[in-house]
Every structure is written in C-alpha cells, then in structure tokens.
Design a protein around this ligand. Structure first.
Ligand SMILES: Cc1ncc(COP(=O)(O)O)c(C=O)c1O
Length: 369
C-alpha cells in the first residue's frame, strides 16, 4: 500500500539541498546574521515580484499582522472585522493591538463573505482584515468598495496567499498593509519562522522598519515602542533562493489542483475548491486544497487506513468556536462548513501517481461504502 504523508519536510528539503547548502555556508562564513544584505536583497526581489513599493521582512506572519495593524493606526476601542474561518493568529493580532476582533461568516469558497462583513459594521469599526485563505484572494472589489463607503482601512492577512491574485493584483497589496508568512509548510516556506509586511506607503514602510527593530529609527533614536522582530538574514537568503523558482512551484500546485478537480468533481457528496482557470478574476496558488464532504470522518478514516494522511485546519474549530476566547457568535455558513471541511495533501513533493492514488482511494470509498 502507498503511504502518502500530508506533508513531507525532508522530501521538500531534498528537492533543493544541493543548491541550498552552499548558500547557507556562505551566510555562515560571512557571519551575516541580522539585517544584512541577504535580507535587503530578498525584500527588494519580493517587492519587485509583487509590484509593491516596500516589503519589510519580520520574524513571523503574526507579528507582521500586529505591525500592519499598528501602522494602520488601529488601537484600543476599535473594531476590526475578520473571518472566523482563519488561524487564531489573525484575530490574536487584533486583540494584541488593543482592538476587538469581530467575526464574519464565510462564503461558498470558504473566504470572508462581504455580505456578512457589511452587517457587522458599526460606528466603532475601523478596519477589515480579509484573510486570503488557502491561496485564494477574496473578491476585493466588494471588500474595497465596503471599506471606501464606510471609511475603513484594509489590513490583509495573506499569510496563505503569496502570489495569488484578484483581477491581476496580488494578495497583500490592496490595503494600507498586507502580510505573509514563511512558515515552513507555506508555499514559500523557510526553515523556521518568518514573515513580511507589504506596503506602497513610504511613511508606513518607515514606521514598520522601526517597529521591527525595537522602535529605533535609522539614526538609532528610539521613537516608539517596538519589537525585536526582524526576519533572520539566513532565512532571507534561503527565501531569496526559493523565490527564483516560486512561479514553477505555484504552477505545480495548480496542476495538482486541476488533477484533483478532474478526478473528483463528479462526486456528489464532495465540494471542491474552484478549479484553477475556472474564473478569470481569480488566480489561486493552492496553499491548501480544502474540500468538503458530508461523510468526512468516515472518508478520512478510510483514506488513513489506505495510507493517505489528511488534516482538518485549525483542529476543526474556527475562531468563534474556541469558547475560551469569548468571541462566540452565530455564523451559520462557517458552522456548516466546519462539520464538513478537511485538507487533501497539496505540496510540490507529490508525484502524479500520488495524486492518482489519493483520488482512486476517495473514489473507492464512495463506491464501496
Ligand atoms: C491565515 C493565517 N494567518 C496568520 C498566520 C500566522 O503566521 P505565522 O505562523 O508565520 O505567525 C498563519 C500561519 O499559519 C495563517 O495561516
């Protein structure tokens, strides 16, 4: 029986080991650890890739959100609308700047539902945090339209969507600030924690640069309370190398998504993500392949018994379902989705035969059970 792990870190490293080891050696031999040229080069290369003026490399995707919110002027007394179907880090970042996360429902594509957002706007709302989940960018015409009409800022959580686009524009480039995460399993992953903030605004960029470095300006004066939150130079060197072939990695993910779609779309019980190229407005990079099944638990058990590992995001609970956080809410679409959602393996270490096997296993379940 084939064994297909959900994610295979050693195999991912092996893909690039020969090229990566001399890069790592070079950084170590230079003793270039903190805020060195590899970081600057990576920031410039990523900014060019995204068509954005500034990229600021930081310690992780969570602090990137906290800093993005601070740069947008969000603080105590403010409300920020964020989907419940996201990693707790999105809402935590709002909490940590002293504001209140207000949780929105999700749409059919599992992303923030603009209809739900509009209902949640109050006189305290200051910002919307769309989460560009699973490698897809929300309909930003609708989100930006709401923000414009109500005078709200947008701080985008594009931790899962580097390279994804809506109407040709990259995730993370629509608002005051956008963020991404380089967590090792992300589409552009480093060998530890890492993140970045994107902005077109020079003043915001200056502020973010000082926030990540203890609040120090380029003269060394401390002009605000900051953090020790720089992207390590070694991680930047690794990311700089991976960025060169990033488009190929995205193309492979889209190929795998197309294979899943072709082989599974006729199964009545399953809901699949929109197929690549099914909508010209969206360019999805498939950080995850999140499906729904009415028989999820039995199906996952069958897949597991047949060597295919799957996972459920956030341990199966969206933010409003973590009762201890005190954000319980009535979000019917999210509730329904959480009973059905899970992730099929999706990464560049999967061979076509692996994808075939995963699909055959799923089809066997529906034929025999
Ligand atoms: C949607 C989302 N937001 C925020 C984060 C936080 O990023 P990090 O783990 O780099 O802090 C993640 C990471 O998993 C994420 O998936």
């Amino acid at each position: 029986m084939k064994q297909i792990p959900f994610f295979n870190y050693p195999a991912l490293f092996a893909q690039d080991e020969t090229e990566l080891m001399p890069i790592i050696h070079d950084v170590l031999r230079r003793g270039a650890y903190i805020m060195q040229r590899d970081l600057t080069e990576f920031e410039e290369n990523l900014a060019r890739y995204l068509g954005v003026k500034h990229v600021i490399g930081v310690a992780d995707g969570t602090i990137a959100l906290i800093m993005g919110l601070r740069a947008a002027g969000i603080g105590p007394g403010d409300e920020v609308i964020v989907p419940s179907h996201t990693f707790v880090a999105s809402a935590a970042s709002i909490h940590h700047v002293g504001a209140r996360p207000v949780l929105a429902d999700c749409a059919r594509d599992h992303l923030i539902d603009p209809v739900s957002v509009e209902k949640l706007i109050t006189d305290k709302t200051r910002a919307i945090m769309p989460v560009q989940l699973n490698g897809r960018t929300a309909n930003m015409d609708l989100i930006c339209g709401l923000a414009d009409r109500h005078g709200l800022k947008i701080v985008e959580d594009s931790a899962q969507a580097l390279g994804s686009k809506f109407k040709g524009r990259f995730a993370g480039t629509f608002g005051v600030a956008g963020t991404c995460s380089f967590y090792p399993s992300k589409t552009l992953g480093c060998f530890g924690d890492g993140g970045a903030v994107f902005t077109d605004n020079d003043e915001v960029a200056d502020y973010l640069r000082l926030l990540r470095d203890h609040g120090r300006s380029h003269t060394g004066d401390v002009i605000d309370w900051g953090y020790n939150s720089r992207l390590d130079n070694l991680q930047a060197a690794i990311l700089n190398f991976k960025l060169k072939t990033y488009d190929q990695a995205v193309a492979r993910r889209r190929q795998i998504a197309a294979m899943y779609d072709e082989r599974l779309r006729d199964l009545d019980d399953m809901v699949l993500p929109p197929a690549p190229d099914s909508d010209p407005d969206h360019f999805d990079i498939f950080q995850n392949y999140e499906v729904e099944s009415g028989r999820r638990d039995d199906l996952r058990k069958f897949m597991d018994d047949n060597g295919v590992k799957t996972i459920i995001q956030w341990g199966g609970k969206t933010i409003h379902q973590f009762k201890d956080l005190g954000l319980s809410d009535d979000l019917p679409a999210t509730e329904e989705m959480t009973r059905r959602f899970f992730l099929l393996p999706m990464n560049t270490t999967l061979a076509d035969e692996d994808v075939e096997y995963i699909c055959e296993t799923i089809r066997k379940f529906y034929k025999t059970r």
